[in-house]
Design a protein around this ligand. Structure first.
Ligand SMILES: N[C@@H](CCC(=O)N[C@@H](CS)C(=O)NCC(=O)O)C(=O)O
Length: 217
């Protein structure tokens, strides 16, 4: 263990875990990262959080944060150098409405579109259309400033971008052909940013006795 460092249980590709890592990294907090496989969750992880979803942040003082948005808020409340929380303070209802949509219906449709064979495959296109309607809405909102959080990228952008990334991966050719110029630019810039690349480094799954991984590296 890295002394005094909170433990972040994470899964590299998970959009909820990506948003948590983005906020931790920008806040300057340092944690011990424990990568897991969702199909083979370590008992130590389940003992920390029986819910069994990532990300989970164990502050080692008896506090365990089990929701990605709460982990973002925890990190940014300690230090928010880029003003990510400004939008949450200025327009809390708007932020909540968007995040409820992303974590709710958008993620629901995304899973059923991306992993169509696991669900009702015949409905996959309907799921894609539902998601596309929301993305078209985001494209309009991005027009004026190129950000969802006001004049700069902030909480709303970084909480949503990992999910839009996943939506694109399901069929990048189709996605790139959609008439969403502002959204394409927003996502493209994010995917090439140092902020994104530094939270996407690859680590082997954690095991008892493994050398601790400090995050960010
Ligand atoms: N509401 C949770 C959702 C987290 C979540 O569902 N994560 C997925 C991975 S992307 C997960 O851990 N699923 C459990 C599983 O697949 O067993 C949050 O915001 O942290």
């Amino acid at each position: 263990m890295i002394s005094n460092a909170p433990i972040l249980w994470s899964f590299r590709r998970c959009p909820y875990a990506i948003r948590a890592r983005l906020a931790i990294a920008v806040s300057g907090q340092s944690v011990e990262l424990r990568e897991i496989l969702l199909r083979d969750k370590p008992p130590e992880f389940l003992a920390t959080s029986a819910k069994g979803t990532v990300p989970v942040l164990d502050l080692l003082d008896g506090t365990v944060i089990e929701e990605s948005q709460d982990i973002m808020n925890w990190a940014l409340s300690t230090n928010d150098p880029d003003g990510w929380l400004d939008i949450s303070q200025k327009q809390p209802d708007m932020v909540k409405t968007f995040l409820d949509k992303i974590d709710g219906p958008f993620k629901y449709d995304l899973d059923r579109y991306k992993y169509a064979s696991r669900y009702e495959a015949s409905l996959a296109w309907q799921r894609r259309d539902n998601g596309a309607q929301f993305l078209a809405e985001l494209d309009c909102l991005l027009g004026p400033t190129g950000a969802l959080s006001g004049s700069n990228l902030g909480f709303l952008d970084f909480a949503i971008l990992p999910f839009v990334r996943q939506f694109r991966i399901a069929d990048s050719k189709w996605f790139d052909a959609q008439p969403w110029p502002y959204l394409h630019h927003w996502l493209h810039e994010f995917l090439g940013s140092a902020a994104f690349l530094r939270v996407m480094l690859k680590y082997s799954p954690w095991q008892v006795g493994a050398r601790p991984i400090r995050f960010p590296a």
